[in-house]
Ligand binder design. Structure first.
Ligand code: PMP
Length: 461
């Protein structure tokens, strides 16, 4: 049994971690001042245990990824068997492996019509990097050598590599790395709560789509390669576009001959109650990014789904595409992804999210916070949600120290054994799709404890 946890005390782990480990998205000075990281040692279903024996509800499914829940022996067994049979072989130079072949067929079946080819990578960031290279190559092959610009949206999150950050609409990330690279542009997010003003959501949705049209016209359609959009902007604060947004965006992309990329890294694999966010909003993307839920986070894997239009050009005219990663289509990750999708199908996890546990979760959240003094809005679909904390509910006015209230609430939540994340002052939730009704009740109870404590700190309760 590979159990690190019993081998050292919590204090020792913390000291070593502080001495040697630089964490992603972490302010290490404040982490050290707080005494170091909490150490998660095991997990089962929707529950995590830390090294001090406390039991937390994982309201975030890890990082929006453990869709089938923790503790699936079946996935461990598949990985074990694949490792014994063929732990690694690559897909370069005219070879492939059965696991990569089978997964490709499965992905072509479950993703929206017209997406029939797969290019593998290891993370969402790498998949998005791959897409940028692929679409630029595509337009070159079409003889449109100026068609290279990519338009994303503010608050969009597409990853942490240099190109993925350039796609992101995150100012703080840009500033740390002198990004975005030239050729990457950003427009308003379809964030009705902040920007909608007096407009009805549907009218605002069209306005937000028009921001993309305006940018295409400004840049010149002959220089715009693609628009990238998460169906629901996850890390940006679970921003759900009005229903009018994507049909309009789809029309615009078609009119100006611009490719539409759906970044489904969070929305994919049942999160919204459909297999993909594109299914929920009726999007017909030319390319799609998959990661996270593809293996439920059990192993790193990502995929670019390539639509027929692009794939045919690449295959017919492309020659060699000088791109790939050693672990593109790693057989163990592919075998686990396939087994993960089979679990989702066998247990009906997507249907359950759409018709049963998703609506239950959404109803409980709305009930709990309808009259809360600092909650302006609860929004969500399926098993993804955000709770907006605001100073004034009527006018949607933010707290003066925007962002700090969310961080305060997140700390209360963590101290209360619920993992709930804060994006600015939006508290976000995305639990595993296997969560039970009792567990939803407990999650919502703990979320309320945290939000009540925050309101008390602010003198609002
Ligand atoms: N796209 C989206 C929509 C994401 O949410 C993320 C990660 N949160 C990424 C891309 C990047 O994925 P990774 O962290 O695996 O590189």
């Amino acid at each position: 049994m590979n159990s690190f946890a019993a081998s050292r005390s919590t204090a020792e782990w913390k000291a070593i971690d502080t001495a040697h480990h630089l964490h992603p998205f972490t302010d290490h000075k404040s982490l050290a001042a707080e005494g170091g990281s909490r150490i998660i040692t095991r997990a089962e279903g929707v529950w995590l245990w830390d090294s001090e024996g406390r039991q937390l509800i994982d309201g975030m499914a890890g990082l929006w990824c453990v869709n089938v829940g923790y503790g699936r022996k079946e996935l461990a067994d598949v990985a074990h068997e694949q490792m014994l049979e063929l732990p690694f072989y690559n897909n370069f130079f005219k070879t492939t492996t059965p696991a990569a072949v089978e997964l490709s067929k499965k992905l072509a079946e479950i993703t929206p019509e017209g997406l029939n080819h797969v290019f593998y990578a290891n993370s969402g960031s790498e998949a998005n990097d791959t897409i940028v290279r692929m679409v630029r190559h595509y337009w070159d092959l079409k003889g449109q050598h100026r068609k290279k610009a990519i338009i994303g949206r503010n608050y969009g999150y597409h990853g942490s590599t240099m190109v993925a950050v350039s796609l992101c609409g995150m100012g703080a990330m840009h500033r740390q790395a002198d990004l975005p690279f030239p050729g990457f542009h950003h427009v308003m997010a379809p964030y009705w709560y902040d920007y909608g003003g007096d407009l009805e959501p549907e009218a605002f949705g069209k306005l937000a789509a028009k921001a993309i049209e305006d940018r295409i016209k400004e840049l010149g359609a002959d220089s715009v390669a693609a628009v990238i959009a998460e169906p629901i902007q996850g890390a940006g604060g679970v921003i759900i576009p009005p229903a009018s947004y994507f049909p309009e965006l789809q029309r615009i992309c078609k009119q100006y001959d611009v490719l539409l990329i759906a970044d489904e890294v969070i929305c994919g694999f049942g999160r919204t109650g459909e297999w993909f966010g594109s299914d929920l909003f009726g999007i017909k993307p030319d390319l799609m990014t998959l990661a996270k839920g593809i293996t439920s986070g059990y192993l790193p894997l990502s995929a670019v789904m390539v639509g027929d239009k692009v794939a045919e050009t690449l295959i017919e005219q492309g020659g060699e595409f000088y791109h790939g990663f050693t672990y593109s289509g790693h057989p163990v990750a592919c075998a686990v992804a396939l087994a993960n999708i089979r679990i989702m199908e066998r247990e009906g996890l997507v249907d359950r999210t759409r018709t049963d546990i998703g609506p239950y979760f959404q109803d409980r959240l709305r009930e709990a916070f309808a009259d809360h003094p600092i909650v302006g809005e609860v929004r969500g679909v399926g098993l993804i949600a955000a709770i907006e904390l605001v100073d004034d509910k009527k006018t949607r006015r933010r707290f003066p120290n925007y962002g700090e209230v969310g961080a305060l609430c997140r700390n209360h939540s963590f101290a209360n054994d619920l993992v709930m994340r804060a994006t600015r002052d939006a508290m976000v939730l995305s639990p595993p799709l296997v969560i039970s009704r009792d567990e939803v009740d407990e999650l919502v109870r703990r979320a309320k404890v945290a939000i009540d404590a925050t309101a008390r700190d602010l003198g609002r309760m």
